[in-house]
Design a binder for this molecule. Structure first.
Ligand code: SF4
Length: 180
């Protein structure tokens, strides 16, 4: 039969081995360091400790697996969200380009007989300008080489004097100003 002192030493070593004395105490049913005759034997204590350690290991492993799964799920969700956002940006940009293109091609052409065109002596074909009526006109002048022309190489383009409308590259008006 073991003495109380021997029992105490065995439990102390066991708790030190576990390194989790505070957690293991309730598991093992220990209430203090002092021993008594009803205390379990060292062998049964060791078995209980092994079981508790294995149970804690299993719990830790499953918690880590769950955490890893949750991280994977979050990562996938983030990737899907980013891809969806990129799609929206691309579609929006394409839509904006289409609208801009449609708006440009849908811009009305200046009516030569309209009040504004008449007031500026505008004609779609500069070569038909009556030089006696428009002494400022000189051969070679036309919208496409005017400083106010906004049409680039297009046949029709914008001019700030006819906002929201298009003048012809070959056109001319009295506000002509040679492009620098
Ligand atoms: S200001 Fe220049 S671009 Fe505009 S209508 Fe007159 S000639 Fe053409």
């Amino acid at each position: 039969m073991q003495s109380d002192k021997t029992n105490f030493e065995q439990r102390r070593k066991l708790l030190a081995l576990l390194g989790t004395g505070a957690v293991a105490l309730p598991v093992l049913g220990l209430t203090g360091c002092g021993g008594d005759d009803s205390s379990p034997t060292a062998a049964s204590l060791q078995d209980s400790a092994s079981d508790a350690a294995a149970a804690m290991e299993d719990t830790a492993e499953s918690a880590m697996e769950e955490a890893a799964t949750a991280a994977d799920t979050a990562g996938e969700a983030m990737t899907e969200t980013m891809e969806a956002a990129e799609d929206v940006v691309e579609e929006t940009a394409e839509g904006a380009q289409t609208i801009a293109s449609d708006a440009s091609s849908a811009m009305a052409k200046v009516d030569e007989n309209g009040a504004q065109a008449q007031g500026l002596g505008y004609r779609h074909d500069a070569t038909t300008i009556d030089t006696s009526a428009q002494p400022r006109y000189a051969a070679g002048q036309q919208c496409s080489n005017c400083a106010l022309w906004q049409g680039g190489d297009a046949e029709w383009g914008g001019c700030p004097l006819f906002a929201g409308q298009q003048v012809k590259a070959t056109g001319w008006c009295t506000a002509y100003n040679k492009a620098g």
